[in-house]
Design a binder for this molecule. Structure first.
Ligand code: NAD
Length: 679
């Protein structure tokens, strides 16, 4: 069924507003429309409100993302409202106002939309609007900027009372088109969808122009000598060198994924004398600090300080950060407050280098970083015309540890087994590696698709759903420098590395007398030497992170089974297999487990088989090449063909959390080949 015309217009308006980040932060704000529909029960008219539900983003809002409520019932809640002390109870009452199945869960801002007497309402979080909302003299500046067309509403935690406040402001100011909500954002209204959108954009753009026209040139103060950004290559190397140490600090309570940005906004902020004072004040808009935490951790050393010194100082500052966070919790917690949720920072700022942000997955980490950039713009605007004055710490606590916020967190689905783990899979552009990358992403991991073939790595990354799940890196595992660069790319993409799969491989099937020294070297360079180099780099990162880790080798049945015409391939596979045992011994003390998988006869999807090896093996065994998979199946104990997914399942079994006490093991995935039994 087509959406009601008012709902359709609302979706279109939301998309336009949400498409421009100057209008609202990601997933921030909500919009609504009121209209008349036919009540299927009575056949008569019913007044409804469509409002963006809890969660989701304006830019991509769809009809199921709207909550649909009956306006008469929603407004009747005023008569039973028990007062601000018990305003949270009204949220449960929204469920009794739903029309039909009601669509998405109504958000806390539903009251604001319903109680304001206007057919269309937008509540947004534009940086320019929040800058006025967070200026020390925001009320005066709002009047200067807008005259009496936009009214100041003092800070109040979102909820039923804020809805009543705004409704009263609108009633008392019939000339007004909207309001600035102290410490928070803006709300605009209109008689038509067009008028509402026009009013929202007018408030946002007028605030932007006001800040530009009246603002001072250097709101963050002069450049701090020595804190200027490092040149790009040096900056990224420094960021990658710091990343595993910073992730270790940010993951003290629980492992988290990282995101790094060195955007101009961040680097300029960190290069200025005012940044330590402003960063300490923390963020203000509730949307911002729920993701960024009340304040960031800021390294107080220039980017030229020796790396060891920077790491030691970050460690000290982190210990202080945790103590201060616990003290903040103790200062404000009431007997019925939810337990402290962890004291690690979500945002770590490194002058001259950039910003690391952390979250339970890549999207959350990235959005936390984006919100801190929003907060920097807010500080810039507020300082340009006044002084940045975020809401009180006690109010931030009331939101961070709000029972409704806690309930929302409890409703979140259970994390998948590999959530918060970053995997790097070599040779993931094809065959077995591709299947492994798919499985790891399906189990919640972030995956670095590392392959010699840039095109296939990019294609697999695309299949996996893009940058919040996977990134592609081009790497030749025979090159130390390229491996180091691939790990740097992984560190900058996801903050760390926890799981490395040595899968890249090539294969030549030749009798001894036809195997050249070059063949031998090539096979050994890619496999035994390549995986040694990758494991060494992996261990460097994992040891620095201190979060343990997994290294998995895709060896082969041929590592144990002596088949014909296979000297170079099988010998290097045996070399890889023994690396599993050697490294399991050496890395155990760091909590790094090293295991192997021995596949056999994975014909389908394998580039190795398609690229000549299949034809050679078929000739050796005297079967047609297309029948090779079947031939391999028939010589197994289970008479089953082995597919790339079966190898991927073994990798997951080894790393998914059940085999925490297993290292140095090889799992055969060959449908049963007695000659390759391990003993
Ligand atoms: P595949 O050819 O489909 O995939 C191998 C990938 O490795 C390719 O994308 C290739 O570009 C990449 N690669 C090759 N050289 C590289 C290098 N120098 N640096 C980085 N990447 C490189 O092969 P597959 O069958 O999926 O094999 C994957 C692994 O499994 C190999 O190590 C192979 O020896 C092993 N294995 C395969 C089978 C099988 O039956 N297919 C059996 C046992 C073991």
């Amino acid at each position: 069924m087509a959406p009601h015309p008012e709902a359709a217009a609302l979706l279109a308006r939301s998309h336009r507003l949400g498409a421009d980040p100057r209008n609202t932060n990601y997933a921030g704000g909500n919009t609504s429309a009121k209209g008349t529909a036919t009540d299927p029960v009575t056949g008569g008219d019913v007044e409804l409100m469509w409002v963006k539900g809890s969660g989701g983003d304006l830019g991509t809002l769809t009809e199921p993302g709207l909550a649909v409520l009956r306006l008469d019932r929603l407004r009747a809640l005023r008569d039973v409202y028990p007062g601000v002390e018990r305003e949270d109870e009204m949220v449960a009452a929204f469920d009794y106002c739903l029309h039909g199945k009601g669509g998405a869960a109504p958000s806390i801002d539903t009251a604001m939309h319903g109680l304001v007497d206007a057919p269309h309402v937008d509540h947004l979080h534009p940086d320019s609007g929040i800058a006025l909302a967070c200026a020390a003299d925001g009320e005066k500046l709002t009047a200067e900027c807008f005259g009496d067309t936009v009214v100041w509403v003092p800070w109040r935690r979102p909820g039923f009372q804020l809805g009543l406040d705004i409704a009263a402001v609108k009633e008392a100011n019939p000339q007004a088109i909207g309001c600035v909500l102290g410490g928070h954002g803006i709300t605009a209204w209109g008689a038509t969808a067009e008028a509402c959108e026009r009013n929202s954009l007018h408030i946002i753009r007028t605030a932007e122009e006001f800040l530009a026209r009246h603002g001072k040139a250097e709101p963050f103060g002069p450049v701090l000598e020595g804190y200027e950004p490092l040149p790009e290559t040096e900056r990224r190397r420094r960021a990658a060198a710091l990343a595993p140490h910073i992730r270790a600090l940010a993951s003290q309570d629980r492992a988290r994924i990282g995101h790094f940005t060195d955007s101009g906004v961040v680097l300029d902020f960190l290069a200025r004398a005012g940044h330590p004072r402003l960063a300490a004040l923390g963020t203000s808009c509730p949307d911002h600090f729920l993701r960024t935490k009340v304040r960031p951790l800021v390294l107080d050393l220039p980017p030229t300080a020796p790396l060891d010194e920077a790491i030691a100082r970050l460690t000290e500052l982190h210990a202080e950060y945790r103590e201060e966070y616990a003290a903040y919790y103790r200062r404000h917690a009431l007997p019925d407050s939810p337990a402290m949720r962890g004291a690690d920072p979500a945002i770590v700022l490194v002058p001259g280098v950039g910003m690391f942000s952390f979250g339970k997955d890549k999207q959350t980490a990235r959005v936390a970083g984006e919100f801190y950039v929003n907060a920097v713009q807010v500080m810039r605007g507020a300082e340009a015309v006044s002084a940045y004055a975020p809401i009180e710490e006690s109010e931030k606590f009331r939101i961070e540890y709000w029972a409704l916020e806690e309930a929302k967190l409890r409703r979140m689905p259970k994390p998948r087994p590999l959530a918060t783990r970053v995997a790097l899979v070599t040779g993931a552009g094809s065959g077995i590696g591709r299947a492994i990358a798919h499985r790891l992403v399906a189990e919640g991991a972030c995956v670095v698709v590392a392959d010699l073939n840039a095109e296939s790595a990019a294609a697999v990354t695309e299949e996996l759903g893009g940058a919040d799940r996977a990134v592609a890196v081009t790497v030749d595992v025979t090159s130390e420098e390229q491996i180091a660069e691939a790990f740097r790319a992984a560190l900058l993409a996801f903050g760390g590395v926890d799981l490395v799969v040595n899968n890249a491989g090539i294969s030549l099937s030749r009798p001894l007398l036809e195997t050249s020294a070059r063949d031998w070297d090539l096979q050994h360079n890619v496999m035994a030497r390549g995986s040694f180099l990758v494991s060494r780099e992996a261990a460097r990162v994992m040891i620095a992170q201190g979060l343990g880790g997994d290294i998995v080798y895709i060896a082969s049945k041929n590592a144990v089974f002596a088949g014909p015409n296979n000297i170079a391939y099988a010998a290097t596979k045996a070399g890889q297999a023994h690396q599993v045992r050697l490294l399991a011994v050496e890395l155990g003390e760091h909590g790094i487990r090293v295991n192997g998988v021995n596949p056999d006869g994975v014909v389908r999807g394998s580039g190795i088989f398609a690229g000549g090896w299949g034809a050679q093996r078929a000739a050796v065994y005297g079967v047609e090449e297309e029948k090779l998979g079947e031939f391999y199946a028939q010589r197994t104990l289970l008479k089953r063909e082995v597919l790339p997914e079966h190898v991927a399942a073994a990798v997951f079994a080894l790393t998914g959390g059940d085999l925490t006490h297993t290292t140095g093991l090889h799992v055969p995935v060959d449908a049963g080949v007695a000659a390759a039994f391990l003993r």
